[in-house]
Design a protein. Structure first.
Length: 418
């Protein structure tokens, strides 16, 4: 098989051992609900004293306590392995997963991607690419976790552009012949998750052939695998691999488990995969101050702020009301870039203000209703032009898009030794 050519590998994938309740094991991605600690408090309460992935991750709302929590995470990982609470489900292979959410059933394939074929360096054209700007300052806490971790769990989702549905959908059509490895309701209204082992020579060969055929349609410097969610997690895995690879022999590098990062592949044309803009919330200031600064910023750069017409359109929301803003002659290539450039300038000049990135219009509006808080609702994103936008722009501005609402993000379920 030529899996090496397409940037993925079958892997030994670990799942909770028999007797571990899946409902209390799986939890939402660590970078969700960063401004809503009450969500995480309820999630910890749902898990109770049961073995749970929630004790193997560092929710980003609690990064300030990382020095205390990271050793506890490493110890929990070691304890779970020692007690046999994680066991091989495929060895080697993939897991076909179906996630039932409000928009339908989203299909994915859990696999390991080859970090030698991924780079977040500007201007590089690897087979596996980020789609958003990588902020290297966000990597150190993640690196501290990975350096001492015997296993990894994943919330990374990687997109393929497969309009003819040649890779994942044939596996779904054959799922009656596959071994089911989980099927349960996720905590906190996360929907339902079901998975089937994809192993054995015939099934692995099918995945290999379909991905190779898809890559052959992508031309020179093909973008086969585009990181949709978990961009900084994959960048962390790459940084860690770069740290240790120099101390390995050539033979050791070929199959070292840290060379491969666990992820889920999703077809961008999946009808249940909804692209949502990631909104901005600015705290420590008011709408009047922000709008006055934005008008001045725009005028200095040859832009105009209007209430309608052609241009980049936003809705600005605060406790004292909301307004539509259209930026004419925008400086950004896409709306997200236009608003983020202004906000970067505003925050540099207003140290009393802070920013957060919010998934979901409902969450944004709730937070924007608080005093001294201003929300920016960004427009919808066309996922069908997504791959072309990434090829044209290189990477999109940080926090441009989200694949679904916060509670539709990937839940930690599978694990892999690193």
């Amino acid at each position: 098989m030529a899996f090496e050519r397409i940037g993925i590998r079958p892997a030994q994938i670990l799942l909770p051992a028999p007797g571990v309740k899946h409902e209390t094991w799986a939890c939402i991605a660590c970078d969700q609900y960063t401004s809503e600690p009450e969500y995480w408090q309820k999630a910890f309460a749902c898990a109770g004293d049961a073995p749970s992935a929630i004790r193997l991750i560092l929710p980003e709302y609690n990064l300030k306590n990382s020095e205390t929590l990271i050793p506890q995470i490493h110890q929990a990982m070691a304890d779970y392995l020692a007690k046999g609470l994680l066991a091989p489900a495929v060895n080697p292979g993939f897991i076909l997963c179906e996630r039932t959410i409000a928009s339908g059933t989203r299909l994915g394939l859990v696999c390991a991607v080859d970090l030698e074929q991924y780079s977040f360096e500007k201007g590089s054209l690897p087979l596996i690419r980020p789609t958003e700007q990588t902020i290297t300052d966000r990597l150190p806490p993640r690196l501290k976790i990975r350096r001492g971790a015997p296993v990894e769990l994943t919330h990374i989702m990687i997109l393929i552009d497969d309009p003819d549905r040649t890779v994942l959908e044939p596996l779904q059509a054959a799922k009656a012949s596959l071994r089911k490895v989980y099927d349960f309701d996720l905590m906190m209204g996360g929907g339902r998750l079901a998975g089937w082992a994809v192993d054995g020579e015939a099934m692995l060969d099918q995945v290999d052939r379909s991905l190779n055929a898809l890559m052959d349609t992508k031309g020179e410097h093909p973008l086969l695998l585009a990181v949709g969610d978990g961009n900084h997690s994959l960048a962390t895995a790459k940084a860690y691999w770069n740290e240790i690879r120099e101390g390995l022999s050539e033979a050791e590098r070929e199959n070292h488990p840290a060379r491969f990062a666990l992820c889920e592949i999703v077809n961008i044309h999946d009808e249940a995969l909804l692209f949502e803009p990631i909104h901005r919330i600015v705290t420590g200031t008011g709408r009047g101050t922000v709008m006055a600064a934005w008008k001045q910023y725009a005028a200095e750069r040859g832009m105009k702020l209007e209430k309608d017409g052609e241009g980049h359109r936003f809705t600005v929301v605060a406790a004292d009301g909301e307004e539509t803003v259209v930026v004419k002659d925008p400086e950004g290539a896409i709306p997200c870039e236009t608003v983020q450039k202004f906000l970067d300038s505003f925050l540099a000049q207003h140290p009393e203000a802070g920013i957060d990135f919010i998934h979901g219009e409902g969450s944004l509006r709730a937070l924007a209703g608080k005093p001294d808080t201003v929300g920016f609702l960004l427009p919808e994103i066309d996922k069908h032009s997504f791959f072309e936008d990434v090829k044209k722009l290189g990477v999109l501005p940080r926090k441009t898009f989200s694949m679904g609402e916060a509670d539709e993000k990937r839940f930690y379920m599978e694990a892999k030794k690193i």
